[in-house]
Write a protein of this length. Structure first.
Ligand SMILES: [Zn+2]
Length: 601
């Protein structure tokens, strides 16, 4: 549909390692195997926790292995459905399949609910003894971590009802949001010509060199979104209220508490990180002023933030992007390069822009017995290379974590971004080293700083918005204007007098999927970015000796708490000085940009 993505035309993933299609007989076979497996599991182990004194570690191990096997099969089906609908959100065939599989899996999961509840119900001493049994060493973190929900889990009957009702509550709102936002078209008029653009296309204009065009695109985006305030405001309210209801019945004392628990990070660490971030807003203001000067403006506006500093930036074909990322990884570790190469060679990447395809980019871990898949929307921009590096970083992390069994395989949000952002830095340094034109070097450095700001400062703003909006929603239903107000306030803290906000920018909250999919997800981006800035600094200082420790961290999956995993590479997240270290890197980058700007003139 777009000539901009011509170089990635035809680059689509091959999902055959999961299933060959919506009518693959293996789907029904696996559904049947899950059905009989879950029924048998329930029959065999239902009494397991009834006599705690007689519970043997061997029996618990057997049960854990079997439930992991069943969870993996379910994960495989769930992954396939998620990927097919992302590749084509308009396909009725895949939507019907997803619906059928989801309903079936909920029914099967219900048969297994007793297991976790039984484990949680065990007396403290019995559980503690089992957790320390060497035979169960592989499950130590899982067993320990799952008991952290002990005070938040209800009885079996209540859990069954909640799980079932979720289909028409939370899931239904999420589906509505996804399908609705993906269906929106933005009629963008430029030079007397009107084009109907997708969201990723209209957002891409933020990087255009023409100021008037950027402004028009931002107006167009937010004006279109504002027309749908009825749907978008209701979805946000429903999700926030659902969150509040869950918090109430599960006894979480604050809106962020369940996310912190899921992330296995304590509230104090996150609050300190937010404070250190806000204590360093001066770095952002310095940069915004430099950028205004570089663009020849008295003051920056929201639609100027991503404007190119260098207008002669080369475009980048998919082919070139691939070579760049592979070479950058090679310099760090040849093994890492080889894993990345597999993604290209074996068609694990869907890169072309297609109508109906989900926007943005992600890497889906799927299950340990298969491998990750990556979705991109390649538009031949140089920044697509960073996105590719980012998603491949995730992909490599997920690939290496396949050494773990299913329960130790998924990364908590706080460390989920570690490898992705690290891979972006590797690629950035490689590209900088290969570039001699000072104008282009300045352009690259500025966009790197802007990316870091988008992750650190902007995601902190997103988190502050959610904190304010959820707190307000607990009192009453929010109007569109109130949501716009909270968004405006949160942004005002960041932009202060350094950036002017376009009035329509107040609708910026309305299309952000994280708010709907996973409330309070966004601070994990801040966490991940700052963490990586500090880790990357360690790599620069230590060189090759850092590499094996880093790869070991990636292989560890979620086999221990993030805190413990990070200690193995020497990072102490409780120490404000650790977070400050990351801002010192950002400060150095900003100073370097000021110097380069001075030399370019
Ligand atoms: Zn990511």
């Amino acid at each position: 549909m777009s000539t901009a993505s011509a170089s990635a035309a035809g680059v689509a993933w091959n999902l055959a390692d999961l299933y060959s299609g919506a009518t693959d007989p293996a789907i029904d076979r696996d559904l049947a195997a899950i059905d009989s497996g879950c029924t048998a599991f329930s029959a065999t182990y239902r009494g397991l926790f009834e006599a705690p004194a007689e519970l043997q570690a061997e029996t618990l191990l057997e049960a854990l292995k079997e439930i992991e096997r069943l969870s993996e099969l379910m994960g495989k089906l769930g992954s396939y459905c998620g990927l097919t609908t992302a590749a084509d959100t308009t396909s009725d065939e895949f939507r019907r399949l997803e619906d059928r599989v989801r309903t079936a899996l909920v029914e099967q999961e219900n048969k297994l609910t007793f297991f976790e509840l039984g484990w949680l119900g065990l007396p403290e001493e019995t559980a503690a003894a089992l957790i320390e049994t060497p035979l169960l060493a592989n499950y130590r973190h899982y067993l320990k971590a799952s008991r952290r929900y002990k005070t938040h889990i209800l009885g079996e009957a209540e859990e069954l009802v909640l799980n079932q009702k979720n289909l028409t509550a939370r899931s239904a709102w999420t589906d509505l949001f996804d399908e609705f936002v993906a269906s929106l078209r933005y009629d963008f008029t430029w030079n007397g010509e009107t084009k109907s653009l997708s969201q990723s296309h209209i957002l891409a204009i933020s990087y255009d060199s023409d100021r008037a065009k950027r402004k028009a695109a931002q107006e167009c985006l937010y004006t279109e979104l504002s027309k749908h305030e009825l749907v978008l405001t209701n979805v946000f309210n429903a999700v926030a209220q659902d969150h509040a209801i869950n918090d109430g019945i599960r006894r979480y004392d604050s809106p962020m508490a369940s996310r912190h628990l899921a992330n296995e990070v304590d509230a104090g660490v996150v609050a300190r990180m937010q404070e250190v971030t806000e204590g360093n807003l001066g770095i952002a203001h310095d940069y915004y002023r430099l950028k205004a000067k570089l663009l020849g403006l008295p003051k920056l506006a929201t639609y100027d933030q991503y404007a190119p500093v260098a207008t002669n930036m080369p475009s980048c074909s998919y082919e070139n992007g691939r070579e760049t990322v592979l070479k950058a990884f090679e310099r760090f570790d040849p093994g890492m390069r080889n894993i990345a190469a597999e993604f290209f060679e074996k068609d694990w990447i869907d890169a072309e822009v297609r109508p109906g395809k989900r926007g943005g980019a992600f890497s889906a871990s799927t299950v340990p017995s298969v491998h990750p898949y990556i979705l991109l929307n390649w538009t031949d921009k140089l920044r697509d290379v960073s996105t590719l590096a980012h998603e491949l970083g995730h992909g490599i992390h997920q690939y290496l974590s396949r050494k773990q069994t299913y329960y130790n395989f998924h990364h908590p949000l706080t460390i989920a971004e570690t490898a992705s952002v690290f891979a972006e830095f590797l690629t950035f340094d490689y590209v900088m080293a290969e570039t001699s034109d000072p104008q282009i070097r300045l352009g690259l450095l500025c966009s790197k700083i802007e990316d870091a700001f988008a992750t650190v400062y902007r995601q902190n703003v997103l988190t502050r918005f959610e904190q304010a909006a959820h707190a307000a929603r607990r009192k009453e239903k929010l109007s569109s204007e109130e949501l716009c107000h909270h968004w405006w306030q949160a942004n005002q803290t960041l932009y202060a007098d350094a950036v002017e906000m376009l009035p329509a920018y107040k609708w910026g909250w309305s299309y952000i999927p994280h708010f709907i999919h996973t409330p309070f997800y966004c601070y994990a981006y801040v966490f991940g970015e700052l963490l990586v800035l500090a880790l990357y600094q360690m790599y620069r200082e230590e060189g090759a000796s850092f590499v094996p420790r880093y790869l070991k961290l990636l292989e560890s999956g979620s086999s221990a708490t993030p805190d413990a995993l990070l200690k193995t590479v020497g990072a102490d997240i409780h120490d404000p000085a650790f977070w400050q270290k990351a801002f010192d890197v950002l400060k150095t980058m900003t100073r370097r940009a000021e110097e380069l700007a001075g030399s370019v003139g």
